[in-house]
Write a protein of this length. Structure first.
Length: 136
């Protein structure tokens, strides 16, 4: 595996299950056992009903672009060869929104409400990043 020269995710007790799922190419989110709210980012209590009873669920990995920006300037040296690139807020079918990249299409082809599906970039032995590509 090649050297990865961009910032890596910081794992903590709340997000460890998410990143372990990503390593296995599975998007995992917390779901409240009391009210059913699926949330991101993970937390110790549900933001809707304040319950502490949670379960982790696997998402289908399908959604739509809620909002996006095209970056024409690299604000970190690791991104210099990738400009322009798209950073998007993707709304998953299960409800949560995830900040990610749109890949496998030109930046000027990305639109709000565009259907997308997860694809994976294995960046190190420990990390796989969820990114999204257009879906039909």
């Amino acid at each position: 595996m090649k050297h990865y020269n961009k910032p890596l995710p910081q794992i903590n007790g709340d997000n460890k299950e998410f990143w372990m799922g990503c390593k296995e190419h599975t998007l995992k989110f917390q779901k409240c056992k009391a009210c059913g709210h699926v949330r991101w980012p993970p937390s110790v209590i549900c933001p809707m009903c304040y319950s502490q009873e949670i379960q982790w669920i696997a998402a289908r990995g399908k959604g739509k672009v809620y909002s996006f920006a095209v970056y024409h300037v690299a604000y970190h040296p690791g991104f210099e060869k990738e400009v322009p690139y798209v950073v998007a807020d993707v709304e998953l079918e299960e409800g949560p929104r995830l900040l990610t990249n749109i890949v496998d299409c030109q930046p000027d082809e990305v639109t709000c409400n565009m259907p997308v599906e997860v694809t994976w970039e294995d960046i190190t032995e420990e990390f796989s990043l969820p990114k999204f590509k257009p879906s039909s």
